[in-house]
Every structure is written in C-alpha cells, then in structure tokens.
Design a protein. Structure first.
Length: 153
C-alpha cells in the first residue's frame, strides 16, 4: 500500500508547494497535524486521493522508523492503551509493523498513517480558513496550529 495525499490537499497547497521538493513533504505536514490532533479520518474514499510512494522518500528515509514510532504512540494513546500493558502493546504493534516492508509498516499501518494525514489536512484547512498564499505566513500559522493542538491534548 502507498502513502496517499488527498487531491484537495494538493490544490490547497498549490501556492506554496514549489517550496517543497517532493509531494511527501506536503503529506508530512498533514501527518504531523493529524498526529497532533490525535484522531484519524476514516471517511476519505480512494477516488479522492493520489498514491505517492510505498516507502519513505528522500530525507524521510532515515526518519521513517521515527514516523512509525509516532504512529504507534499516537494510536496507542488514542486507544487508551498504557505502554505497561505489554500484551496489548505487542498485539497492536504487530498489526501495524512489518520490518520487511520498505515503509516498515504493514498495509494496516500505512492505511492508518494515511488516515491521520487525512485528518491533519482537515485540521489545517479548518484552522487556516483559506489556503496558504505565502510560505512565510503558512509556516508561522502552521507552527501555531501544531502548538495549539498539542496544548489541547
């Protein structure tokens, strides 16, 4: 399974996307907002997304395992599973991780990560109101959005 970026997200980022060398950068921005919000969006249909890649590209390759770890932490927290509940933690991690996959995740793990990225786009578009027109304004407002989300959790 590939990482997916919503088609409406691509349009929303169009004025600032040239500042990011790969589409996965935009996916990452959405993903971090989704992780900060702590909820996935399970409502997005396959015809509303573009497949990106099935692995962590470019600079993300060396940080892929960190992103998988963040997914696990956010998901376990959302499910109310304490890290001391070893059997539950092991079972959930086994569902999400595949060390032989280029993304280090099972299809279920990639699907779930995509859902958090989809939710992150919802959060960003609600927070911003209108799509970003300049990178400077976007970065300031993005940072504030993530900060606000983290303070609510």
């Amino acid at each position: 399974m590939d990482f997916q970026l919503r088609k409406d997200a691509r349009r929303w980022f169009k004025d600032i996307s040239h500042h990011y060398p790969i589409l996965f950068d935009l996916y990452y921005l959405c993903l971090m907002a989704g992780f900060a919000d702590g909820r996935p969006n399970t409502e997005i249909k396959a015809d509303n997304v573009d497949d990106l890649v099935g692995y962590f590209p470019g600079e993300f390759q060396s940080r892929g395992r960190l992103l998988v770890g963040l997914l696990i932490q956010v998901h376990l927290s959302r499910l109310g599973i304490d890290l001391n509940e070893r059997d539950d933690v092991y079972r959930r991690v086994a569902e999400l991780v595949d060390p032989n996959s280029p993304s280090y995740m099972s299809n279920e793990g990639v699907r779930l990560m995509n859902q958090y990225a989809h939710r992150g786009f919802d959060v960003l578009s609600e927070y911003f109101g209108d799509r970003p027109r300049s990178i400077e304004t976007f970065l300031r407002k993005y940072s504030r959005c993530i900060s606000d989300l983290n303070s609510k959790r």
